[in-house]
Design a protein around this ligand. Structure first.
Ligand SMILES: *Cc1c(COP(=O)(O)O)cnc(C)c1O
Length: 226
């Protein structure tokens, strides 16, 4: 089932790339493996997947320690300062930096293991107060400039979650907003390249609006139980 679903996802990504004149290699498919067992991850690895997204620090650590293949681990959940220590040895990217406080802790932990940690800033583009992320443009600029100066952080882009709705217009608006914020930051002297946006229900819209990283779980593995 996972193999078939992966084919369907790859077909849809290719189709959307063709339609919008984008190139497949510009887009990273991150498989969101939260709550999935090691066996399920191994199946995905056999199918060639090497980018996995997790949203709980201890879960990422446990899985990373059990899997011997070279995996690019992406942390995509809300991160608390006391949990950074669990993931810092493993994470290729942390997508969910949403304050100077958490940026400082990641920088400090990265420095202690002589690593430059690639990060993205999470932006709340939907206005939903159940979602995390920076909301205010100036606060985003301030946080981005702060991170850009830190020696052990490499700020590469922005991440968002679209609102939970069937209304395509609202979803698209969220993604456009993220793209515009990236352009705004770059016009202020930053050099961001990545837009982490698009999940199982909206990744084709995200590609149309410039996504470079898709985070897909359910469309590959089926509905999660918890
Ligand atoms: C769970 C999760 C996803 C994947 O969602 P699906 O709808 O299962 O594709 C993507 N991003 C974040 C931040 C998540 O927590």
């Amino acid at each position: 089932m996972i193999a078939q679903n992966l084919n369907i996802i790859e077909e849809k990504i290719s189709e959307t790339c063709l339609k919008t004149g984008r190139k497949r290699h510009e887009i990273k498919l991150i498989v969101v493996s939260k709550t999935q067992s090691i066996e399920v991850l191994k199946t995905a690895i056999e199918l060639g997947i090497r980018d996995f997204g997790e949203n709980k620090a201890q879960e990422l650590k446990e899985k990373a320690e059990k899997i011997s293949e070279k995996i690019n681990w992406h942390f995509i959940g809300h991160l608390q300062t006391n949990k950074v220590k669990y993931i810092i040895n493993f994470t290729e990217y942390i997508h969910s930096i949403d304050s100077i406080k958490i940026a400082d802790e990641v920088n400090k932990r990265a420095e202690s293991i002589k690593k430059v940690q690639k990060i993205l800033l999470e932006v709340n583009t939907s206005g939903e107060n159940t979602k995390f992320g920076l909301t205010n443009e100036l606060e985003l600029l301030k946080t981005a400039e702060y991170c850009a100066k830190k020696k052990n952080l490499s700020l590469v882009g922005l991440m968002t979650m679209a609102p939970f709705t069937r209304e395509e217009k609202l979803i698209r608006k969220s993604f456009i907003r993220l793209r515009e914020l990236k352009e705004f930051l770059n016009s202020s002297g930053l050099e961001l390249t990545e837009l982490s946006m698009g999940m199982s229900n909206d990744y084709q819209i995200a590609i149309e609006e410039g996504a470079t990283m898709l985070r897909i779980g359910t469309a590959l593995f089926g509905q999660r139980n918890n």
